[in-house]
Design a protein around this ligand. Structure first.
Ligand code: NAD
Length: 340
């Protein structure tokens, strides 16, 4: 039996997390869920967006499936998502973008993975106004040699293990000569240790354009924190949107799985959010737990429901959509038909 911490999150989180749990349970994998609150519901309950009950649970289970958590914009409490990644040193954020037949998108056959450094640079929280009048503000992005080395090595090892052919390092070393320069320098040094993998690098602005024009040229993309955040939303847009983009936050002994998307307050409470991103994050979690067969069956059921296009949410079928729960039930039914 696996023990897994479940953080339903806020906004659309609880509704999609419920669907993901139902789908994972249908696979027959024996999981004991420890359900804990973080984010807005935890403020109501504990006056703390990241209460010790949530941290203790993850410390014990070392695995979590997490719904999205709202972070107030411009002021208010700091991101709980970032705090979790830092607390557990989840340095590798792995965000695949995979085409699903039947999903409305500009491209077919996209299969790329963004490996984002998850603990350093502009997300480390080193920021302040320089004076009480708030006449200027500073955010300091620290990139370390060791932090760069471990994420770059992770990307190359990931490529090797998963039969990937190319790793593209994305940077802005022409302007950010120190932080970008260090990351690029380490990437070149690590890259030569993997002669079987093609090594490439791109400046981030060109990269954004290249991903829109010709995404098929990319395979594994490795980059620093902020660029990885932006490019992974872009990558989700290549395959049909945020509703299809899962992610894993991986550390040395702890991992947290979640959708790439946020709490989507604009559609919360309406039963219209696509549950697939968090279900696919659950698939990544099952693979991490060694439950390959269950992961494969869930992924196949999701792919079939999307391909048929009859029981999908409005982001995938705007003219005749079903709700979040109903799409989840269609995936469950498909798994049962397939003998799950
Ligand atoms: P968002 O990802 O929540 O939403 C962006 C757009 O995509 C919205 O139009 C939304 O309706 C749509 N969308 C997102 N998920 C969807 C789904 N499953 N199905 C259909 N449509 C979906 O981004 P945002 O609006 O910029 O951020 C909202 C909040 O989420 C912010 O507080 C932000 O800080 C937070 N956030 C959290 C995480 C996380 O928990 N890891 C990630 C990103 C943003």
């Amino acid at each position: 039996m696996h023990r897994v911490t479940l953080i339903p999150g806020d906004g659309i989180g609880p509704s999609i997390a419920d669907v993901a749990v139902r789908v994972i349970e249908t696979s027959g994998v024996d999981i004991s869920w420890e359900r804990v609150e973080a984010g807005l519901p935890a403020i109501d309950k504990y006056k703390d967006p990241l209460p010790s009950v949530a941290l203790d649970s993850i410390r014990n289970t070392r695995i979590a499936l997490k719904g999205p958590l709202t972070t107030p914009v411009g002021s208010g409490f700091r991101s709980v998502n970032v705090a979790l990644r830092q607390e557990f040193d989840l340095y590798a954020n792995v965000r695949p973008a995979l085409s699903f037949e039947g999903a409305p998108s500009r491209y077919k056959d996209i299969n790329l993975v963004i490996v984002r450094e998850n603990t350093e640079e502009f997300y480390a929280g080193i920021e302040h106004y320089i004076d009480p009048a708030r006449s200027a503000a500073e955010t300091i992005g620290v990139v370390t040699r060791s932090g760069s080395e471990r994420i770059l090595r992770y990307a190359y090892e990931y490529a090797k293990k998963n039969g990937r052919k190319k790793v593209t390092t994305v940077h802005k070393a022409n302007i950010l000569k120190y932080t970008g320069g260090l990351f690029l320098e380490v990437s070149k040094r690590v890259g030569v240790e993997y002669p079987e993998i093609t090594t490439d690098d791109k400046i981030v602005d060109n990269m954004a354009m290249q991903m829109v024009i010709n995404p098929h040229q990319f395979d594994v993309i490795v980059t620093t924190n902020l660029f990885g955040d932006i490019l992974s939303d872009l990558a989700s847009g290549l395959v049909g949107g945020l509703g299809l983009a899962p992610g894993a936050n991986i550390g040395y002994n702890t991992a947290i799985f979640e959708a790439v998307h946020g709490s989507a307050p604009d559609i919360a409470g309406k039963n219209i959010a696509n549950p697939c991103a968090i279900i696919l994050a659950g698939v990544m979690m099952l693979r991490h737990l060694g439950e390959q067969d269950a992961a494969h069956r869930i992924e196949r059921a999701v792919a079939e429901v999307i391909r048929e296009g009859k029981f999908v949410t409005r982001d995938l079928n705007p003219t005749n959509p079903v709700g979040t729960k109903e799409m989840g039930e269609a995936i469950v039914a498909k798994m049962k038909q397939g003998g799950a």
